[in-house]
Design a protein around this ligand. Structure first.
Ligand SMILES: Cc1cc2nc3c(=O)[nH]c(=O)nc-3n(C[C@H](O)[C@H](O)[C@H](O)COP(=O)(O)OP(=O)(O)OC[C@H]3O[C@@H](n4cnc5c(N)ncnc54)[C@H](O)[C@@H]3O)c2cc1C
Length: 261
């Protein structure tokens, strides 16, 4: 690991000021610290976000529930349960207890790992990503594998999730890491259904528009019986071929509809 300085601000304003000189945010460190240990990152200065009370917690707000950017997965699993059970269940399936107690929602969606769970919930719910500078709709936020609309130094301060009528997340677990080999988040709102898929595509999380149209007309697993996704852009690795992942997308979507319904 290269040497680095650590700043531990107590307020968001101090964190934003500290980020000004090219520093990098540190949340749970579940991704960033292993990367630094392998000398694949040399941030120079880290700004820890976990000691800032205004970035913590789960509450109900206008238009949905609001989760502070530095809230660990274990807290979401517990405190979101009464507001948004499908989101709480997703958080409770992330990694293992150690990962859930350190990893944060802000770190997860800032990292935008193509197999991470929260990006599917955010895109599938039509969430709003709140930063120190602006609000970004999930549809405009996830730009590709490990790519987001965040500018350098921009901090995810909260994520606001509209709460659907019913929803479910079904993950086909990659057993070594517990990330999603394929994970599907289905959410049924009064004005239609959203389907977001993680783990499958070389372009990161995406919405399956054909399934959304079919399920908006008829919210049953049979509605998507004839639908398939092309394997062209799917991830192929030692855990599963592109064809296998394309197939799993359909299977997991049906299971999510059953679980939600
Ligand atoms: C063994 C293991 C299993 C895992 N399994 C799963 C799983 O099943 N599903 C899943 O979804 N994830 C999984 N993860 C990922 C984990 O849950 C974290 O979400 C992830 O590591 C990033 O969150 P973090 O808080 O640790 O971020 P960090 O590692 O601290 O930071 C990650 C990146 O985000 C940036 N960043 C952090 N916070 C913010 C912020 N608020 N604003 C802007 N930028 C920020 C950092 O600068 C860095 O670039 C797993 C991780 C491990 C190690």
């Amino acid at each position: 690991m290269y040497n680095f300085d650590l700043i531990k601000p107590k307020t968001l304003a101090d964190a934003v000021a500290a980020m000004g000189d090219g520093a990098q945010a540190l949340s749970g460190g579940q991704t960033l610290l292993p990367t630094m240990k392998q000398r694949l990152a040399d941030p120079g200065t880290l700004v820890s976000l976990t000691g800032i009370p205004e970035l913590q917690g789960v509450c109900q707000g206008d238009g949905g529930i609001i989760i502070g950017g530095a809230t660990p997965h274990a807290v979401v699993a517990k405190e979101a349960l009464k507001y948004y059970p499908a989101l709480a269940a997703l958080a409770g399936q992330i990694g293992d207890p150690a990962v859930r107690n350190r990893g944060t929602i802000g770190g997860s969606i800032a990292n935008n790992d193509p197999s991470a769970c929260y990006p599917a919930a955010a895109l599938g719910s039509g969430a709003i990503i709140q930063t120190n500078a602006r609000e970004i709709a999930a549809d405009d936020y996830f730009l590709g594998m490990f790519e987001t609309a965040l500018d350098d130094g921009e901090i995810v301060t909260a994520v606001k999730f509209p709460v659907p009528q019913v929803a479910a997340y079904i993950k086909f677990v990659q057993p070594a890491s517990r990330f999603a080999l394929v994970g599907v988040f289905v959410a049924k709102f009064a004005d239609g259904v959203r389907v977001a898929i993680t783990g499958a595509s070389n372009n990161g999380v995406f919405r399956w528009s054909e399934a959304e149209a079919a399920l908006s007309a008829n919210f049953t697993p049979d509605a998507i019986a004839g639908l398939t996704l092309p394997a062209d852009d799917m991830i192929a690795d030692l855990h599963g071929s592109a064809d296998y992942r394309a197939h799993l997308c359909g299977v997991m979507t049906k299971r999510a509809v059953i679980a939600a319904g």
